[in-house]
Structures are given as structure tokens and as C-alpha cells.
Ligand binder design. Sequence first.
Ligand SMILES: Nc1ncnc2c1ncn2[C@@H]1O[C@H](COP(=O)(O)OP(=O)(O)OP(=O)(O)O)[C@@H](O)[C@H]1O
Ligand SMILES: [Mg+2]
Length: 469
Amino acid sequence: MDKFISLGISDRIIRALHEMGFEEPTPIQEQCIPVLAAGRDLIGQAQTGTGKTAAFGIPLIERTTRNAQTVQAIILTPTRELAIQVAEELNRIGQFTDAQALPIYGGQDIQRQIKSLKRHPQIVVATPGRLMDHMERRTIRLEEVRAVVLDEADEMLNMGFIEDIENILAATPAGRQTILFSATMPKQIQNLARKFQNDPALIQVKAREMTVPLIEQQYIELQDNQKFDVLCRLLDMQDPELAIVFGRTKRRVDELTEALKKRGYLVDGIHGDLTQGKREIVLRQFREGTIDVLIATDVAARGLDVSGVTHIYNFDIPQDPDSYVHRIGRTGRAGHAGLALTFVSPRELGHLRYIEQTTKRKISRMPIPSMAEAVEGQQRLAVEKLLRQVQEGNLDQYRGRAEELLTDFDSVSLLSAALKLMTKEPDTTPVKLSGETPLKVRSAGRRERPAESGHFALKTKPRSKSRKY
Ligand SMILES: Nc1ncnc2c1ncn2[C@@H]1O[C@H](COP(=O)(O)OP(=O)(O)OP(=O)(O)O)[C@@H](O)[C@H]1O
Ligand SMILES: [Mg+2]
């Protein structure tokens, strides 16, 4: 806690950080907190899962004043789930202060939001479209706003939110503090900075690789029609605590979800065409572990922080290196290890190389696991479970029955039967999955970033891509 204290953070927030289990600031927090506390504009970049939320959240809460009757700070996020999550994290940090953060986002009853806004939260965490709605209805006033944070700033540009962002910033006082954060900062962020920031501090926690070293990265080369069975094998062999499977399209996510359910896995899907209620239920069930595999489009790629995610499977290779970095960054967070595995069709190998070059990290090849390996992996898991149980002891209730059985049967037959019962045998229930053509990309090694070439075209169509996931 000493380092947090030396950053000048007040007692009430220190107490909250302690309760949250934070012992020391992360590098991005250590560098950003003093700058933001002094009121300076800032562009902050650090790898996924390294605590950027608290890096801006702590000083924001510190700078809110009591009894304010209007909004003092706005945080914009590209997705609704992220707005909810960021507001929750801020409310945890501010639990012993008067500061209140309110999420407002599309798909939620607007009347309910209007009521909540009347209770004067000091901090509003919003998706750009819904905040614009409130501005047009005059149900939010921004003239007292002192700070605006764009979390995942680059993604909001990708999504064509630039006009909304311009309108929102124009409605706030010119002297406000403007803060941009993301794990990836493509060039066009500079335009945004030039236009809306005043002499920003640039704080980048430099790392050789764009991705977190704690994430082991592998790929499997295979045909599209092999992907599903291989995924099932991997889930059986690797037995993730929680896993996210990313698919390219909403249809893909729907089909994969149905297919995995048919094979008996505890999964559900999330994408932009589901109702907001359903999206929130699915994410809550995933956080609670009621489902242990989440099938998602890129709507879940940015910012989401779910503890216990040990595996990321890219069922379809992501469009560009930045998207890869964010997707796999849903694991390996806050110092935990993770594994990311990407399925690549032969025609996409060049694109994989391009991702490797850009992220400066080798992705190692893993052969397709055979059926025999899958069965072996399963048996190993069953044995591990059994041995753990032996170690834990507490088996007295079962001993009598075991001894009785051993008088009639040999121990090897009995143990084999127990292992068979504990092993998930390969399931070949037929499923329906439409084919997906491999990603069309130009050859590897090009200088231009594919996502960027699209960004500019979108500028003329605001909001058009807000439902891309
Ligand atoms: N100083 C700290 N000590 C321990 N845990 C921390 C600390 N700061 C943040 N965390 C935790 O680390 C996790 C990741 O933080 P956060 O979501 O802010 O990462 P991020 O940098 O915004 O990642 P992304 O780029 O994916 O959005 C969260 O669960 C957060 O509560
Ligand atoms: Mg974040």
C-alpha cells in the first residue's frame, strides 16, 4: 500500500483499494495517477489487463466534489457491457466516498436512466449513442463536466463514433481535462488528440511485445470443416476453468453455441443482435461460472475483465493484429497466466504471420490433436481428479463399500470402471455448422494496417458500424 499512499491517494480510496486486493499500483497506474491528479490531458497506453481502469478511475474519483448537482466526469466506452463493468469498478474504488458512477447505455429502458440521472451521479459511464440521446432529450447536462475519458479510444473510432464523440466534447466546457486510453493506439488517434486535447502527456508502458508475456500463444492449421471437432477435443483435453471462443459473425456465434450445447457443453453466446437483457444474463452467468464457455463476436473483445478466464480460442482468425491483441487479452490479466489458441486455415497463414510481425511475438504451431490424444487427455484429467480426491481424504463414508467391492472384484477392474465413469468420452452427436470462407486478406508483410484503411471510410457513416458485432 505504501506506493499507493506515496502517490497522494486519500485514505478513503486506499481503504477501498485494500479491500479490492490491490497491493501495489501497476506501472500504468503509477505513471498516470500523478499526471491526472494534476489535471493534465493524457494519452495512456499499456497492455491488456494491466489496470488502466483504475489508472483513470482513481484520480477521477479523487477529483469529484461532494454535493455536486451535475455531472462532473464522463467516461465513454465502445460497448454496453464495458460501460457497466467500468462503472462497477469505479463504484468499488469510490465505495467509501460520496462519488457515484452511473452506467447509461443503449438497450436499457431510457426512463429508468432518466430517473437515475436525476439522482445526480458525479460520474457517468456511457456508450456514445445513448449519451447523445440523453443530450438531445436534455436529460443530461454537461456544462459542469471537468473530465472526459475515452476508454478504448481507438475502437470508438473504428466503430464510426467520431461524430458522436465530437458532439459530446463540444457540449462540455473547453477547459475540461481530456483523457484517452487503450492497449492499442493506431496512428489516427493522433488526429483525435490534436483536435480535442491540450498538450497531452503521452504515457506508454513500453513492452517489446504488444501482448502480455503471461499468455501462451499457439495456432492450429486446419480446414474450416475440421474446426468444430477440434474445438470439442481441445475443450475436453484442456478443461479450461473459463474459456471464450471468438467467432467472426453473429451467425457463426449462434451456430457454434447451438452445436456445443448439443454436445453437452455449458455454453452460451453473446453478440450485438441479442436483446440487452439476454446479453447481460449471459455475461453474468459466465462471470458466475454457470456457463464455462462463452461464444462471442468481437463485442466481447475489448476491455472485458472476467477473472478465471484461462483459455481463449479464436475459432476464426481475427481481422487485424489489434483485434488479436484485445481478444487474447481477455486472459492473462492482473498477473494470471493464460493460453490463446488460434485456428488458421491454410489460406490464412500469411495473415497469421502478419499478426506475429506486428505484435512482435511468435505464435507457435500445435498439431491437430488426434482422437487418441483427446482420449488420453481426458483420462489424465480423470486420474488427476481422482488423486486430488485421495489427497483431500475425507473418504470414510465410502471405505466400507470399497472393501466390500474388493472382495468380489479385482481392483484394476474397479478402478478402470471408476475412471470410465469420470471420463467424458468423445461425443459425435451430429451438429449443423455452415462453412465460413477463409478471411480475405492481402499478402503478409504489407505496411498498411487493414483496419485503418477501413476507419476513414466509416467516418462518413456515423453509428453505421455500432452494430458490427
Ligand atoms: N494495482 C492492482 N493490483 C491488483 N489488481 C489490479 C490492480 N489494478 C487493477 N487490477 C485488476 O486487474 C484487472 C484488469 O484491470 P483493467 O480491466 O483495468 O485492465 P485494462 O488495462 O483496462 O485492460 P484492457 O486493455 O483489456 O481493457 C481488474 O480485475 C482489476 O481490478
Ligand atoms: Mg480497460
